[in-house]
Design a protein around this ligand. Structure first.
Ligand code: NAI
Length: 335
């Protein structure tokens, strides 16, 4: 029995993500929560002939608590997406405060209603919203770092797609695996192309590699620009969110050997070794993690990286540290 909950289920990401979770045969119960329209989305999805029982909830009558009761997996795509011209790294203070406040309130409800659930954070800025969830859980004395995940899978999916394009064969994209580490915005996104399952040609010129890295780091901007005011990545994000959720559900059900990149708290198995690799005291970082029935079993190190990848990682660290601090202080010293 697996109960999954989507918070922000009526949104651009929330709806297709809920559809994909409804299509997951392992999910037996799917609770959809939003401040608008969740019951309608739920009834629509409930006609699909898969096992999950679907219910929708709105804020009145403790809808959020009802949605969360008994949850094992909670996915959070609630929030406001960025507008054209706003890069992910220069996300405005207003947008930060709105999303940070939404995530704080949802985390509070999870901490009090479903403290053992696996929490998968999609709401941006992920580099800060994951620390926000952790701080709320710490305040409620229920923080277990193994169960908190920042969803960076879209960066991984984009890396597979764009690398396959550079290799000149799109049909390879489902099997191309590139570890993407660091964080989840702009320069904090570091694809380790040298560890691609499908190596790039050794004679590839530097400018092609640089533009590939740049496209993976700023892929979200392509979508925001093309949607021209109608939001950011929703469908590809829903696909990525469902991919990640599916792996979490498989691990929860006892499957071993699943390794996925995710933005996680480093005060757990493998975290100290990773910090040594990084050469910096940092509390959160995205790296491939080994999953087990209780969540993260071990955070893997960076492996053998090239000097150029080391430069990218060094460039990511200051922004990452500042974003983490911003999230932590949003809870510890609210203004
Ligand atoms: P959207 O505006 O289409 O949907 C957001 C939904 O959240 C809306 O239905 C809204 O009613 C709901 N919502 C707002 N406040 C809420 C609350 N307190 N409780 C429950 N639901 C609430 O936005 P979209 O495009 O779905 O994006 C959602 C978030 O995901 C944004 O923060 C965006 O930046 C982020 N995102 C993350 C990505 C990632 O790779 N992690 C990629 C793309 C977007």
């Amino acid at each position: 029995m697996v109960k999954a909950v989507v918070l922000g289920a009526a949104g651009g990401i929330g709806q297709p993500l809920s559809l994909l979770l409804k299509s997951n045969l392992e999910v037996t119960e799917l609770a959809l929560y939003d401040i608008v329209n969740a019951p309608g989305v739920a009834v629509d999805l409930s006609h699909i002939a898969t096992p999950a029982k679907v219910e929708g909830f709105l804020p009145p009558d403790n809808g959020l608590q009802k949605a969360l009761a008994g949850a094992q997996v909670v996915v959070i795509p609630a929030g406001v997406p960025r507008k054209p011209g706003v890069s992910q790294c220069s996300i405005s203070d207003d947008l930060f405060k709105i999303n940070a406040g939404i995530v704080r309130d949802l985390a509070t409800a999870i901490a009090t209603t479903a403290p053992k659930a696996f929490v998968l954070v999609i709401s941006n800025p992920v580099n800060s919203t994951v620390p926000i969830v952790a701080e709320v859980f710490k305040q409620h004395k229920v923080f277990d770092p193994r169960r908190l995940f920042g969803v960076t899978t879209l960066d991984v999916v984009r890396a597979s797609t764009f690398v396959a394009e550079v290799l000149g064969d799109r049909s390879l994209s489902p099997s191309v695996a590139v570890p993407v580490v660091g964080g989840h915005s702009g320069v904090t996104i570091v694809p380790l192309l040298s560890q691609s399952s499908h190596p790039l040609p050794s004679n590839l010129d530097t400018s092609t590699i640089d533009s590939l890295v740049n496209r993976i780091q700023f892929g979200g901007d392509e979508v925001v620009k093309a949607k021209d005011g109608a939001g950011s990545a929703t469908l590809s994000m829903a696909y990525a969110g469902a991919e990640f959720s599916t792996k979490i559900i498989r691990a929860l059900k006892g499957e071993r050997g699943i390794v996925v990149p995710s933005y996680v708290n480093l005060t757990q198995e493998g975290g100290e070794a990773l910090k040594k690799d990084l050469g910096k005291e940092l509390d959160y970082f995205s790296a491939p993690v080994e999953l087990g029935p209780n969540g993260v079993e071990k955070i893997n190190g960076l492996g053998a990286i090239t000097p150029a990848e080391r430069v990218l990682i060094d460039a990511a660290l200051p922004e990452l540290a500042a974003s983490i601090e911003k999230g932590v202080s949003f809870i510890q010293t609210p203004k």
